[in-house]
Design a protein around this ligand. Structure first.
Ligand SMILES: Cc1cc2nc3c(=O)[nH]c(=O)nc-3n(C[C@H](O)[C@H](O)[C@H](O)COP(=O)(O)OP(=O)(O)OC[C@H]3O[C@@H](n4cnc5c(N)ncnc54)[C@H](O)[C@@H]3O)c2cc1C
Length: 386
């Protein structure tokens, strides 16, 4: 007889996961849905909505209760990002960066002092941002040139970061700079920078194709003094922090993309059952039914890759390849499903009065940030081919 414990199916949620998912879903429908179009047009997430996200308990999901967080698992962050993105992927990415990159890095790499000073804030009221990319270093992230020079008890940072999500809302920024350009990636160091530090300003906000409500900003460091006590982890080991947090963050982007695809599919099912042509609902045409069935196949497969990567991460198992697979596949599925939604809405799919053109625009980012699709393929190929 088989005495081994059986692992439940990936999509079977534990009781606490179901409760959590339902509360985020209810919040997204009630509080976010009515604001989606306005936030997209105004390219802004209102502060009172951000405050409500803190109250909901989704801004410090893995932060231990001792610091005021929810003390939950990475998988809960995936559930939150998926459910929020089902309604608005811009809100999804705000919560994703907060949890899977910023809080995650502070939890994992911060000493007791840094954790005490920043985790409590991140769990209760402070939005975080994660600043690695620069104008000249995107895919080649470790070619960054933002410089940190030692001066007494401080480091002095000079340089510019580009494309920083949550730049507008954040008060705490995880900034990667080099303390020794000659040392290559071994000079990279992570710093916790507060908005009010002298010499630091948030620059221009990008005007984007999609996820328009999510702020994407330039950061400017002009002789910005950062206390040595704000080095996250060890000086010169920032590359490790960046690689390891981004490996996890990618699963969050996978979650954002399956949420987006699920939202697009919901809209499509509803619309095709209502819209009549040739005397019947367009959902009654077999060609349409098959297209919708294909979208469901894609979504189910993508969700399995995301949940698998997240569950591996929570189990402390290797998940590098699985995270890359989930990110590339989910972002392709999001593009396909939202494109189908536009097609099946017909002319209404092409106008802002209906919700799907926005999801189509939002989907594109999944193949770009936190490592482009080519870079994910590179990671997968390296595992396979050595
Ligand atoms: C909306 C938005 C939000 C973002 N948020 C953040 C953030 O919060 N923090 C942050 O640090 N960054 C952020 N980014 C930056 C993002 O991670 C980079 O844009 C991304 O890594 C790609 O870098 P790049 O734009 O310089 O493109 P490039 O690296 O110049 O790539 C251009 C093209 O070349 C391809 N390419 C490059 N190198 C290779 C290679 N070796 N092999 C094959 N193909 C290759 C790429 O796949 C891509 O198709 C954000 C970007 C956007 C647009």
């Amino acid at each position: 007889m088989d005495t081994m414990e059986h692992t439940p199916a990936l999509t079977v949620l534990a009781e606490d996961e179901v409760l959590f998912r339902d509360s985020v879903r209810e919040f997204a429908e009630r509080r976010i849905r009515p604001l989606v179009r306005e936030m997209d047009e105004q390219a802004k997430i209102p502060r009172d909505l951000v405050n409500d996200l803190f109250d909901l308990g989704v801004m410090g999901i893995e932060i231990p209760e001792a610091y005021g967080g929810a003390g939950a698992r990475f998988f809960h962050a995936v559930i939150a990002v998926e459910e929020l993105s089902r309604v608005d992927p811009s809100v999804g990415v705000l919560v994703d960066v907060q949890n899977t990159l910023v809080a995650n890095a502070v939890l994992r790499w911060g000493n007791d002092d840094v954790k005490r000073r920043y985790l409590t804030k991140l769990a209760s009221s402070t939005v975080g941002a994660y600043a690695l990319s620069e104008a000249g270093s995107g895919s080649d992230a470790f070619a960054l040139t933002t410089r940190a020079r030692e001066q007494g008890d401080d480091y002095v940072l000079t340089g510019r970061k580009l494309w920083i999500t949550n730049g507008n809302e954040a008060d705490v920024f995880l900034v990667f700079a080099t303390i020794n350009p000659e040392a290559g990636y071994r000079g990279i160091t992570a710093f916790v920078v507060e908005r009010g530090f002298p010499g630091f300003t948030v620059g221009k906000k990008e005007d984007k194709l999609g996820i328009r409500a999510s702020s994407t900003c330039e950061l400017i460091f002009d002789e910005c003094r950062v206390p040595k006590a704000n080095v996250l982890g060890e000086a010169g080991k920032g590359y490790k922090t960046a690689i390891e947090t981004l490996n996890e963050g990618r699963i969050g982007i996978g979650a954002q993309m399956i949420g987006l695809a699920a939202g697009a599919l919901d809209h499509t099912i509803r619309y095709t059952k209502e819209r009549k042509q040739f005397g019947k609902a367009i959902a009654e045409f077999q060609a349409v039914q098959h297209q919708i069935a294909r979208a469901a196949v894609d979504l189910e497969a993508a969700r399995l890759t995301v949940y698998n990567a997240a569950r591996l991460r929570d189990a402390g198992r290797p998940f590098l390849t699985e995270a890359a697979i989930c990110k590339i596949f989910s972002s392709e599925v999001a593009e396909r499903v939202s494109s189908l939604a536009v097609n099946l809405f017909g002319g209404n799919g092409f106008v802002k009065e209906y919700p799907v053109e926005k999801l189509f625009r939002d989907a594109k980012i999944g193949q770009i940030y936190e490592g482009t699709s080519n870079l994910q393929l590179q990671t997968i190929a390296k595992q396979l081919l050595g």
